[in-house]
Write a protein that binds this ligand. Structure first.
Ligand code: T5A
Length: 216
């Protein structure tokens, strides 16, 4: 049976440079001969992209925090069954822009939902599947928000307060500190060239580890 692929997630607050970093990482891994797919959350399927629109669009009526959480996991269930799990089974690597660490950071850190509720849904929807490696792009909230604002109209999350985003960042950093084996933290406040260098160091480590385990 073919070896299972690697599941790599990119995380971080608003506008920190995940999408830019993803393009760079994808290019690097392709050059190393990795067979991969790139996807994102919320989204990644037709159903998930519709849920994404619901979650990100600015609405007249407020969205209940639990409704938001369940929508995120509904999109995730579809994404796992339709895209992520089949790719991993075929031995392909999956690069995903945000995954369940974002739910802990935003819905628990930001919204104040009990992490036990997220943990229950995580087990229900994902079973034992967790990312093999997670790259956390970390920058002060003011840096990420300035980049996001430069890009134009802010979405429903981007309109949250600085306190909300400080709590998101703290939650991410605490999770990274608890699981140093899975997380690699990159200082995303640096100029793009420096961020790319850090990303390359991380990518080399991931590829070498995969080669030494015979997974590549
Ligand atoms: N969400 C998601 C939850 O609440 N719970 C969940 O479980 C999940 C999965 C998704 C939203 O959903 C929420 C979180 C989010 O609010 P998103 O589009 O994935 O939205 O998240 P965003 O952070 O909004 O993604 P962005 O595309 O806005 O930000 P990126 O990808 O981090 O940043 P990027 O690469 O687009 O860069 C932003 C700008 O900065 C420049 C880029 O050129 C770009 O213009 N830039 C730099 N400039 C200077 N120096 C650098 N080092 C730079 N790096 C990038």
């Amino acid at each position: 049976m073919a070896a299972k692929g690697l599941f790599i997630t990119l995380e971080g607050g608003e506008g920190v440079g995940k999408t830019t970093g993803m393009d760079y990482l994808e290019q690097y891994l392709l050059e190393q001969g990795v067979d991969l797919i790139v996807t994102r959350e919320p989204g990644g399927t037709r159903f998930g992209e519709r849920v994404r629109n619901l979650l990100l669009e600015v609405q007249q009526e407020s969205m209940d925090d639990m409704a938001e959480l369940l929508l995120i996991f509904a999109a995730r269930a579809q994404h796992l069954r339709e895209v992520i799990e089949p790719a991993l089974e075929k031995g392909r690597w999956v690069l995903c822009d945000r995954f369940t660490d974002a739910t802990y950071a935003y819905q628990c850190g930001g919204r104040g939902i009990d992490p036990a509720a997220v943990s229950l849904l995580e087990t229900l929807v994902q079973g034992a599947l967790r990312p093999n490696a997670t790259i956390l792009f970390d920058a002060p909230v003011s840096v990420g928000m300035a980049r996001a604002k430069d890009r134009g109209e802010l979405d429903r999350f981007e309109r949250e307060s600085n306190n909300f985003f400080d709590a998101v960042r703290e939650n991410y950093l605490a999770r990274a500190a608890q699981d140093g084996e899975r997380f690699r933290v990159i200082d995303a406040s640096q100029p793009l060239a420096t961020v790319k260098e850090s990303l390359e160091t991380v990518a080399v480590q991931i590829v070498e580890a995969a080669r030494s385990r015979g997974a590549l």
